[in-house]
Design a protein around this ligand. Structure first.
Ligand code: UDP
Length: 324
C-alpha cells in the first residue's frame, strides 16, 4: 500500500508513518510543521519507502500530485489542542474546514480512499455516556470559541459522508478520544504531557476546574494500529468509528496518579477554567467512547492499561527533559 499522511509529522501521524513502514507499506507525508515537528520523523528519514514534504495542504497542485501517487490518504492535518483553538479560532476553522475540503476534492478525482481523523470533541456537552457514533451531538453557543473546533470537525464529517453518498468516494471517519503516548508535546496544553512535565520539574500540577471532569486516554500505538486496519476493511467504508480506550479517570485522579508514579513533590493546584482558557469557557464533564462498533468491525482491543500508558509517557519525558 502507498499511503499519504497529511499531518504526518504530528504526534499521531508520525506513529502511523512508523507503523505502516514496519508493515512494508510506502509512506509519503505532508506537514506544514504548524504543530508537528521534524523531530517526530527524524528517525524515519532515509528509510526505504519513506518520503516527506514540508508544505501546506492548501498548496493544491502539490497536494493533487501527492494524492495521485498514493492508494490511500490518512487525513490527519488539523488544528489541535483546546488552548490553540481558543487562542486562534480563525486558524482553527480555516485549517480544519478548508484542509478537508481540498483533500476530499482531489481524492475524489481518482476515487482514492480517504480516512478522515475527527474527534470525540464533536459529542460536545452530550450526556449520553458512553458516546456512540449515531448519538446526538450537543454543542454550545457560537460565542464560546471552543465549540468552533467541534463544529469544524463535524462539517468535515458531513462533507466526507456527502462525498461517499453522492459521489461514491470511499471514506472512513474516526473520532479519536484523547490520544496520548510518547512524542506528544505539552506545548499545546494537553493534560497528560502537561502533568508529567510539571511533576518531573517539581512545578505545581494545574488541575482545571474542580478536577471531577473525566476523560479516557487512548494509547497512540493502539490508535494507529486501528487506523492501519480500518483502511484494509471494506466494511469500514462510509462509516464513523470511535477509537480510544474506555477506561475512565477524573482529571483530579490523573494528577494524583502522575504525582505518585513520578515520585514528585509537586503540589496539585486548581486553576479556574476562566484563567486557564477564557471567560465563560465550557468543559465537558465526562467523555467516554462506546467502542462496540470498532470492536465488531476490526476486533479492536486497547492493549495498554492507563498505568502502562502513563509509565511510557513518564519514561519518554524523563529522557526528553528539558526539551519537552
Ligand atoms: N486540563 C487540566 N490541566 C491542564 C491541561 C488540561 O486540568 O494543565 C484538563 C482540561 O481542562 C480538560 C482535561 O484536562 O478537562 C483534558 O484536556 P486536554 O486539553 O488534554 O483534552 P480535551 O479533552 O480538553 O480535548
Amino acid at each position: 500500500m502507498r499511503a499519504l499522511i497529511t499531518g504526518g509529522a504530528g504526534f499521531i501521524g508520525s506513529h502511523l508513518a512508523e507503523l505502516l513502514l514496519q508493515q512494508g507499506d510506502e509512506v509519503s507525508i505532508i506537514d506544514n510543521l504548524s504543530t508537528g515537528s521534524i523531530d517526530n520523523i527524524a528517525h524515519l528519514k532515509g528509510r526505504p519507502g519513506f518520503q516527506y514534504t514540508i508544505d501546506t495542504i492548501a498548496n493544491e497542485p502539490l497536494l493533487a500530485e501527492l494524492i495521485d501517487g498514493c492508494d490511500v490518504v490518512f487525513h490527519l492535518a488539523a488544528a489541535v489542542g483546546v488552548r490553540l483553538i481558543v487562542e486562534e479560532p480563525v486558524r482553527t476553522i480555516e485549517t480544519n474546514v478548508h484542509g478537508t475540503e481540498v483533500v476530499l476534492k482531489h481524492a475524489n478525482k481518482k476515487k482514492k480512499l480517504v480516512l478522515v481523523a475527527s474527534t470525540s470533541e464533536v459529542y460536545g456537552k452530550s450526556v449520553q455516556v458512553p458516546f456512540s457514533e449515531d448519538g446526538d451531538l450537543q454543542l454550545g453557543a457560537t460565542t464560546r470559541h471552543r465549540w468552533a473546533y467541534a463544529c469544524s470537525k463535524a462539517i468535515d464529517e458531513f462533507l466526507a459522508l456527502a462525498y461517499w453518498k453522492e459521489r461514491k468516494l470511499p471514506v472512513i471517519i474516526v473520532r479519536l478520544f484523547n490520544t496520548v503516548g510518547p512524542r506528544q508535546t505539552s506545548r499545546y496544553g494537553m493534560v497528560l504531557p502537561t502533568f508529567v512535565r510539571q511533576a518531573l520539574a517539581g512545578q505545581p500540577m494545574t488541575v482545571h476546574g474542580d478536577g471531577t471532569q473525566s476523560r479516557c486516554f487512548g494509547y497512540v500505538g493502539d490508535i494507529v494500529g486501528a487506523l492501519a486496519r480500518l483502511v484494509r476493511e471494506p466494511a469500514a467504508v462510509g462509516e464513523v468509528f470511535n477509537i480510544g480506550n474506555d477506561q475512565e479517570i477524573t482529571i483530579g485522579a490523573l494528577a494524583s496518579k502522575v504525582k505518585a508514579m513520578t515520585g514528585s513533590a509537586s503540589e496539585i493546584v486548581t486553576v479556574p477554567y476562566d484563567v486557564a482558557y477564557e471567560a465563560g469557557f465550557e468543559d465537558m464533564a465526562r467523555r467516554v467512547p462506546d467502542l462496540s462498533k470498532i470492536r465488531r468491525v476490526i476486533g479492536y482491543e486497547p492493549r495498554l492499561s492507563l498505568d502502562e500508558i502513563i509509565a511510557e509517557v513518564i519514561e519518554f519525558m524523563r529522557e526528553r527533559r528539558p526539551a519537552a
